[in-house]
Design a protein around this ligand. Sequence first.
Ligand SMILES: NC(=O)c1ccc[n+]([C@@H]2O[C@H](COP(=O)([O-])OP(=O)(O)OC[C@H]3O[C@@H](n4cnc5c(N)ncnc54)[C@H](O)[C@@H]3O)[C@@H](O)[C@H]2O)c1
Ligand SMILES: [Fe+2]
Length: 357
Amino acid sequence: MFRNFKTVPYVIFGRGCFNQLDNIVDERRKNPGSFIVFLVDDVFSNNSFRDRIPVKSQDLQLWVDVEEEPTTEYVDRLTELVKDFSDRLPTGVIGIGGGSTMDLAKAVSLMLTNPGSSVDYQGWDLIGNPAVYHVGIPTLSGTGAEVSRTTVLCGPEKKLGINSDYTVFDQIVLDPELIAGAPADQRFYTGMDCYIHCVESLTGSYLNPFSKSYGEKAISLCREVFLDPGPESDDNLMMASYLGGMSIACSQVGVCHALSYGLSFVLGVHHGIGNCLVFDQLEEYYPEGVEEFRRMMDKNGIKLPRHSLPAVEEHEIEKMVDVASILDPLWENALGPDWKEIMPRQKIRDLYLRLLK
Ligand SMILES: NC(=O)c1ccc[n+]([C@@H]2O[C@H](COP(=O)([O-])OP(=O)(O)OC[C@H]3O[C@@H](n4cnc5c(N)ncnc54)[C@H](O)[C@@H]3O)[C@@H](O)[C@H]2O)c1
Ligand SMILES: [Fe+2]
């Protein structure tokens, strides 16, 4: 069976295109009593950018805190705030920020129209009702969250996305000017998420000409951005993220993402940085990718903060292995159908021990 997957229907790209947001959402304001919810990364709450967000008096603006990556508990809380604001549903939910904020916007737009807690929907195609119209506006590039059909959430038991066709944004606004102010190290870590998506997709057994076409272009843009930067680097990074996301939509990620999920679930390590810490240990699986990644680190003056990882206890390592080992498609993509023999539990454990020593 072939995957029949949904993509974002409306995309606007270009420097300054954020200024068109008001026009784009105008359509949603036609009915009396309608309002829009803006979920915005609180890093912009004390920044001149806040004055450019086209919030009207009837709208609800929520500054979101992404110090911790999105949790099901936070999504449920934000959804309640929107429900308490009005008896009606909003006519739009707009997420402005990095992957975490975009994921929060996706999840809230889904939970406004689906009963219960977001925990109930962590998995594949468990969502029954279409979401509220939702728009994604990245201010960091690399995760591909702007194009993916998932919103990654940490729940009480697992870190797992709400994967569904309804999760996909209805509109994205790709304005490279919005990523210009990101701190260099954060820009690198999030950018490497895209680079690693491409390495894992391009070397995986699920690769096909569709994914390959997107992945090859995305990885070559990453090379330009991180090895030979120029005036169009922000534009290129934004496009790399989009294309890298498209590449994995029809293939899969691999060993690095599987291990990084466990790390982040147990220790709360952020996705971009967690990927970098793990990838640096994976020469055996991705020799060329890891060598190039190290050159990118050198070129960009990045020193991985390995010392920041806390000492872990035995049960925490076991939990990391639990989280990583249920991600069958990732392992199968990386290692083939016999992955369970190639990567028994003990070997996953050894990889974590090497990383955390
Ligand atoms: N849905 C998906 O397909 C998908 C894919 C990969 C990762 N993710 C998720 O994305 C998240 C990681 O996203 P991310 O790497 O984009 O980072 P992020 O959204 O977690 O943000 C990281 C930090 O950068 C700050 N920031 C964001 N934009 C900024 C800007 N322009 N200037 C200054 N600071 C800025 C944030 O406030 C935060 O402190 C994780 O939660 C991960 O699980 C989702
Ligand atoms: Fe990723």
